[in-house]
Write a protein that binds this ligand. Structure first.
Ligand SMILES: Nc1ncnc2c1ncn2[C@@H]1O[C@H](COP(=O)(O)OP(=O)(O)O)[C@@H](O)[C@H]1O
Ligand SMILES: [Mg+2]
Length: 492
């Protein structure tokens, strides 16, 4: 391809700036690694040098696109993006593999431990999340031909070639069906499912995570559980089934909306659902305090209503997975990571609440924590030490009063889960996260962070009491009253 010297010069500037950004990121990482608390990770990172190099390469590529937007005019920036477009299957595998997933996770992690990260690093990570290279239309067409033997324009009355959003392992296009329904079409990168499956089979997460997490963790079963859920996440047919289950459960809900799935157009790598127009999380952040509170209350209600009544948890509370419509009305997207519970899993959880919050029986609380598998039986840990460790997890619902969830509180919880070893060395020698509750940790590493970034202030205890089946509390808020009426007509 012919490149003018002016463009080359601009390109050099972009590449140099990108290098500076990436190097800056790495230097920051080094500074972080020197910190006493996480020195142990260093060794593991050195061992994973080759995967780190791959990650840096992906970071570099994404940063090139990001920086190009700052230094180039729109047209040039578009041309560069065009060049970085993923054009063929080999490209997908070479550029992405599981690295895009790793990038996304890195970006997401940054929001959980927000307070602990330098501003510029957090911002860079946030940008990286949004700047994944899109696939060319030809590639999208290839996926359709493989699945339906037809092009998108034959399957739909109208299909927008330019994607409306990036998905973690694909992208989303807008289309109109022949019977005039507007739909969102999520198309997976070709062969990405196979690549991730292979990556997951080879990656030694247990060794990578071991020095970080609680010493008592049964890491093998935890990692096995994560792998099973991640494999489900790459299967859009499974996601379609999950989405439909939530859609039916929340049918006619006054403020919780789930887009309907169009099964006739959906396959294992194409997911078609009702197109919903709404405001994004970034928009919501600038809305009034009242709006933010109501949206947060809805997100909270959605999570716990589905855990305790549908016995299912959508394990991906991520800002990109909501659309906001005002007055607390929220559309929930993305049902790739769903964990189903049985009655016993839930009873063990509600027992903990009962002894901690209602019966105030410390001994029984300890037994309940042990029965659920969070603490080894007969662990040489005093009950006071245990209470001190779990205090942060019950703080949200311990008092029947309004409480503001701050970013700081969210970070504190995330740190207790991820780095509990630094603050509660003795307890975490015997503490475990049973695999059944692994995905539920996304409450501590996701949902709370979302509430924190909205500075949401609600009486979380009284809302939870409406959700806990054993309490079945009366509604105390505007949204609670609306939901109460829905629930009464819904459960018959
Ligand atoms: N039904 C829909 N209506 C409107 N936008 C949608 C719809 N489904 C997905 N999107 C857009 O596509 C993005 C990615 O979709 P999502 O299902 O979250 O993918 P992933 O599972 O990869 O995270 C969403 O953040 C949203 O912007
Ligand atoms: Mg998503």
């Amino acid at each position: 391809m012919h490149v003018s010297s002016k463009t080359s010069f601009r390109r050099v500037i972009v590449v140099l700036s990108s290098a500076v950004l990436v190097t800056g990121g790495i230097l920051l990482l080094k500074v972080l690694l020197k910190s006493e608390k996480i020195r142990t990770i260093k060794f593991q990172l050195q061992r994973g040098k080759s995967s780190l190099l791959l990650l840096v390469r992906s970071l570099f590529r994404a940063v090139v696109v990001f920086v190009s937007k700052i230094f180039m005019n729109k047209q040039k920036s578009k041309a560069l993006e065009e060049e970085l477009l993923i054009k063929n299957t080999e490209d997908v595998v070479n550029t992405l593999g599981n690295m895009k997933g790793a990038l996304m996770k890195l970006g997401q992690l940054a929001s959980f431990i927000d307070d602990g990260l330098p501003d510029n690093m957090r911002e860079t990570l946030k940008q990286l999340q949004n700047q994944a290279p899109p696939m060319s239309y030809e590639l999208v067409e290839g996926v359709f031909i493989e699945q339906f033997g037809k092009t998108p324009n034959e399957v739909f009355k109208k299909f927008d070639k330019v994607p409306i959003a990036a998905a973690s392992i694909g992208q989303v296009h807008r289309a109109v069906t022949f019977d005039n329904h507007e739909v969102a079409v999520k198309v997976q990168y070709p062969n990405i499912a196979k690549t991730i499956e292979a990556d997951l089979a080879n990656i030694d997460l247990t060794t990578m995570l071991a020095p970080l997490l609680w010493k008592g963790l049964d890491l093998k079963s935890l990692v096995d559980e994560l792998k099973v859920r991640l494999l489900e996440e790459v299967d859009y047919a499974n996601e379609a089934k999950n989405q439909q289950m939530f859609c039916e459960f929340f049918y006619k809900h006054p403020f919780i909306n789930i887009p309907k799935v169009y099964f006739e157009y959906s396959t294992s790598n194409i997911l078609v659902s009702e197109y919903i127009k709404g405001s994004t999380f970034d928009d919501l952040v600038n809305w009034s305090h009242r709006e933010k509170n109501m949206a947060a209350e809805t997100i909270y209600r959605f999570s716990f209503r589905s855990i305790y009544r549908l016995k299912a948890f959508n394990g991906d509370p991520h800002p990109g997975n909501y659309l906001f419509h005002g007055n607390g009305k929220v559309t929930f997207l993305d049902f790739g990571l769903v964990k189903l519970f049985n009655d016993n899993d839930l009873k063990l959880l509600t027992d903990i609440w009962r002894y901690a919050l209602y019966e105030h029986d410390v001994q029984k609380l300890r037994e309940a924590v042990e029965d659920a598998g969070f603490l080894m039986k007969n662990a040489p840990v005093s009950t006071d030490e245990l209470l001190d460790f779990i205090d942060v997890f019950v703080a949200l619902v311990s008092k029947n009063e309004d409480l503001e969830v701050t970013r700081q509180y969210a970070s504190e919880i995330a740190r207790r889960v991820l780095f509990g070893r630094a603050t509660h060395k003795e307890v975490v020698k015997y503490a475990n996260i049973p695999s059944a509750y692994a995905i539920l940790q996304r409450i501590n590493l996701g949902l709370i962070a979302i509430l924190g970034s909205l500075n949401a202030t609600c009486n979380w205890r009284s809302i939870s009491e409406e959700m806990w089946p054993e309490v079945d509390g009366a509604p105390k808020t505007e949204l609670g009253r609306l939901e109460h009426d829905w629930w009464n007509s819904h459960k018959q």
